[in-house]
Design a protein around this ligand. Structure first.
Ligand code: PLP
Length: 396
């Protein structure tokens, strides 16, 4: 029967990685997938993670299944990172967290939870967004609608257009917001804009879903939760999909979390039984290791301090690469101002390069970036930035 199956198109981002691997040119550069690389081009294991793993190896006593919702202590730690230490919201028991296989797994739990319980039929996502959002939400049966976000002319957020398009969202519609480091644009709302959005959302009755995959990559662990915490003050109910792939460098361990916030502890507990039903039917219960590492790091003051430093080092290196990119492009006399790259947060830069230019970078220069013009700045190093800037200057 399988000869009837039609080949699926390659995933826009992971397909690019496959093409990169197959490219035999030795000077090739991969700035497609959002993976942090250090100055040597490696994706290292964080020191705090290694130290936690050593401890886990010694202390671990069983490989018994975790419960459906995963590691309970991990859930507490996720909530602390989201809402702050001693947060009244957390202390009240209004938040319930399930460990999830990556941020992607958490998004899928969120989508299936709202669909199965007839809470929402429509999800609003920013134009543009991470390509997999559409696939995950549609796979769960949600109808996807787009809200305006990026202004190609100013290379910034078109906040008025964002609010205007979201004015069409109905009460109960799921509205996806990127907690920080918007992927792919790198442009986040300001605190005032978050406040205005939270007010609009509360008045209209949206169900906000925060996708929080880059905590620590914009300004800091606490600072980056500002938008989410502003929303939490205005809403009885919201959902969060967390990922620790990037900020712990635990990409292949698949560490994420789904958090549900309700008006009361009692409502949260009943709603969470349905979250567990979703999980049971998908993968039964989560894998242990990655969440155990996150738990071990965050619950140990010395390891936590080391993690905060290591995240800061990643953030600072990416900022330095942004500065260099802007400087070096200007030094090559390109007649376009790339200063906006400095203002963007996180791993990505929405470069404004068009499809033809992206294609030329790949075919002529073996430089791989996503078709939308998104460059993973986290993949730029002092060793590859000159050939990169030479090539960009040539295709412009
Ligand atoms: N959400 C956004 C915005 C992302 O960029 C990513 C990963 O690139 C994810 C979610 C998924 O993260 P994970 O690899 O933990 O599934």
């Amino acid at each position: 029967m399988f000869e009837k199956v039609v080949a699926a198109p390659a995933d826009p981002i992971l397909g690019l990685t496959e093409a990169f691997r197959a490219d035999t040119r030795s000077h090739k550069i991969n700035l497609g997938v959002g993976i942090y690389k250090d100055e040597t081009g490696a994706t290292p294991i964080l020191h705090c993670v290694k130290r936690a793993e050593q401890k886990l190896l010694t202390d671990e006593k069983t490989k018994n299944y975790l419960g459906i919702e995963g590691n309970i202590e991990y859930g507490r730690i996720v909530q602390q990172l989201l809402f702050g230490q001693d947060s009244p919201l957390v202390n009240s028991g209004r938040a319930k967290t399930a460990q999830a296989p990556g941020g992607t797994g958490a998004l899928r739990i969120a989508a299936e939870f709202v669909v199965r319980n007839n809470l929402a039929k429509t999800v609003w996502i920013s134009d543009p967004t991470w390509a997999n959002h559409v696939s995950v939400f549609q796979a769960a049966g949600l109808t996807v609608k787009w809200y305006k976000y990026y202004d190609a002319a100013t290379k910034g957020l078109d906040f008025a257009a964002m609010q205007a398009s979201l004015a069409e969202a109905q009460a109960g519609d799921l509205v996806l917001l990127h907690g920080c480091c918007h992927n792919p644009t790198g442009i986040d709302p300001t605190a005032d804009q978050w406040r205005a959005l939270a007010k609009q959302s509360a008045a209209a009755g949206w169900l906000p879903l925060f996708d929080f995959a880059y905590q620590g990559f914009a300004r800091g662990i606490e600072e980056d939760a500002e938008g989410l915490r502003i929303f939490a003050q205005c809403h009885d109910e919201l959902l969060v999909a967390s990922s620790f792939s990037k900020n712990f460098g635990l990409y292949n361990e698949r560490v994420g979390a789904f958090t549900l916030v309700s008006a009361t502890k009692e409502i949260a507990e009943v709603a969470f039984t349905q979250v567990k039903t979703v999980i049971r039917a998908n993968y039964s219960n989560p894998p242990s290791h990655g969440a155990a590492v996150v738990t071990a790091v965050v619950s140990d003051p010395a390891l936590y301090a080391e993690w905060v430093e290591e995240v800061a080092a990643m953030r600072v290196r990416i900022r330095e690469m942004r500065e260099l990119l802007v400087e070096k492009l200007a030094a090559r006399g390109v007649n376009q101002d790339f200063g906006f790259i400095r203002e963007q947060n996180g791993m990505f830069s929405f470069s404004g390069l068009n499809k033809d230019q992206v294609e030329r970078l790949k075919s002529e220069f073996a430089i791989y970036i996503v078709g939308s013009g998104r460059i993973s700045v986290a993949g730029i190093t002092r060793a590859n930035i000159d050939p990169l800037c030479d090539a960009i200057a040539k295709v412009l």
